[in-house]
Design a protein around this ligand. Structure first.
Ligand SMILES: Cc1cc2nc3c(=O)[nH]c(=O)nc-3n(C[C@H](O)[C@H](O)[C@H](O)COP(=O)(O)OP(=O)(O)OC[C@H]3O[C@@H](n4cnc5c(N)ncnc54)[C@H](O)[C@@H]3O)c2cc1C
Length: 452
């Protein structure tokens, strides 16, 4: 079967990796020293690969922790139960992250769910509801046909939003409501912002459970720890917020807010776009690059994990899509021993913003109320709620990038384009954009570009 990477190469679409190969500086010299901005999965992958090639690497990270948007939290100290405040699932079609887990001896547990539905205060348990069969067949055909589309057809799909496209495909009002809830959860904002090309490029190549397949035993931060051990903690400088980057001749000088200065021949910048806006680049980026950076938006997502005294939902593999403010709930402590358990609400867009304004008890009450049609009144079984609103995260101001209309081609290419001795990486310019796989894929590509 044609995989996503081959599809992108075959159609001549230029994204992060190929762009770097195509428009990198005319003379590439093997650098002695490389500075990597950001210790998320992209920066860690690049650092690990460059260390393997024998280069001198330092990673500068603003936060006081390593991992960026991979953020495992121990919600219950006594049972060591963990939840993910950032990335949750490792996808079946994500060979790079699966490969690193194998290489570092990390176990992947099944993290798949069967979806129940709460609509109009009525609960339909998993396997008791389905989309209209005629529509389902049409949709599957569309996913197959998409793989054969030429570049013009693909670019045309980038001009229409996914919601409008689905409507034009003739999906029923009832199915459209469910699809809008489900697919908006994937993108972190309404699918009315997402281009049909973006949606199809993801869904046509996704696993049957839409890349919601595994989780790393002990939490996804175990992968972060494994990279850190191999890179060496002494080479990752936390609490180092980069404030300026200047390039003169073959030297790049990076200055941090804490007054430290770092010099190297090359820089790999893995920072989310909102973080880039805070940095003084000298010389400045071209006006086209600035325009592209200014146009990219990030999704607002809040994850709220509620720790309950008992697993009243009984089914270990349960998730529920709702039309309530909590949007999508799943049993995040599946495969973790104990009588206690956590349900996580994954809310997006305006719903995420509304939840972010609530205190802990309000979150528990409001999010449990949405579940009443399925379980009755359960708020009294809650011990605590922990949540993280990415829309206000100081460094990313969002969970992940969203490519809206007419952005998947030229805008992405412009953002990914190297700038003298600075190379770019990060989920926002990846083929598997919005995923840990994408962060890893671009980290590897940037490292390969400068170490060859
Ligand atoms: C709520 C949520 C759910 C998600 N769910 C999934 C999922 O289920 N599966 C999946 O595969 N992916 C998921 N993702 C996406 C995944 O987390 C990201 O794609 C990936 O972790 C991004 O890695 P990165 O290295 O590109 O960026 P980051 O992890 O953001 O790393 C960039 C780093 O740069 C640092 N930084 C920023 N500014 C500066 C500065 N000025 N100086 C120095 N350092 C700076 C940041 O602190 C950060 O550590 C999710 C993300 C979120 C937020």
């Amino acid at each position: 079967m044609l995989n996503r990477r081959k599809f992108i190469q075959q159609t001549g679409i230029i994204v992060a990796g190929s762009t770097m190969a195509f428009s990198s500086p005319a003379f590439i010299f093997k650098p002695k020293k490389v500075i990597i901005l950001g210790a998320g999965l992209s920066g860690l992958t690049a650092a690990y690969q460059l260390k393997q090639s024998g280069l001198d690497v330092v990673v500068l990270e603003a936060r006081n922790r390593i991992g960026g948007r991979v953020f495992t939290h121990t919600i219950d100290e006594s049972s060591k139960m963990t939840v993910e405040l950032g990335a949750e699932w490792v996808g079946e079609s994500h060979p790079k992250i699966i490969g690193y887990c194998k290489e570092f001896g990390l176990k992947l547990n099944n993290h798949q769910f069967d979806t129940g539905l709460i609509l109009n205060h009525q609960y339909s348990p998993p396997n008791t509801w389905e989309h209209n069969k005629t529509w389902e067949n049409k949709y599957q055909q569309l996913l197959t046909d998409f793989k054969e589309y030429n570049k013009k057809q693909l670019k045309d799909l980038d001009k229409i939003n996914w919601w409008q496209f689905l409507r034009k495909m003739g999906v029923s009002e009832e199915d459209l409501e469910i699809l809008e809830l489900a697919h908006s959860t994937d993108y972190g904002e309404s699918i009315r912002f997402v281009s049909a090309y973006s949606a199809l490029a993801e869904y046509a190549y996704s696993s049957p459970k839409n890349e919601m397949d595994f989780k790393i035993e002990g939490g996804n931060s175990e992968l972060v720890k494994a990279f850190t051990q191999r890179i060496g903690l002494e080479n990752i400088k936390i609490g180092h917020l980069v404030s300026s980057v200047s390039q003169q001749g073959r030297t790049v000088t990076v200055t941090c807010q804490n007054g430290t200065k770092w010099e190297a021949d090359k820089v790999i910048c893995t920072l989310p776009v909102q973080a880039l806006h805070q940095i003084d680049f000298q010389p400045a980026f071209s006006s086209k690059k600035i325009e592209a950076l200014d146009s990219l938006i990030y999704a607002r997502i809040i994850k709220t994990s509620i720790l309950f005294r008992e697993r009243f939902w009984k089914n270990e593999g349960l998730d529920i899509l709702t039309d309530g403010v909590g949007q999508y709930y799943f049993h995040t402590t599946k495969n973790q021993a104990g009588t206690k358990g956590c349900l996580t609400s994954y809310a997006i867009g305006d719903k995420a913003y509304v939840i972010s304004k609530m205190n802990e008890q309000q979150k528990i009450n409001t999010l449990c109320e949405v579940l009443e049609p399925a379980f009755g009144k359960v708020a009294s079984l809650a011990e605590k709620a922990v949540s993280y609103y990415w829309g206000e995260d100081q460094y990313s101001k969002g969970a992940y990038a969203i490519y809206t209309l007419n952005q998947s081609f030229d805008t992405k290419e412009m953002i990914a384009k190297p700038f003298k001795n600075i190379y770019f990486a990060g989920e926002h310019i990846a083929e598997w954009q919005g995923f840990m796989e994408g962060a890893i894929e671009t980290g590897e590509l940037a490292a390969a570009m400068i170490s060859k």
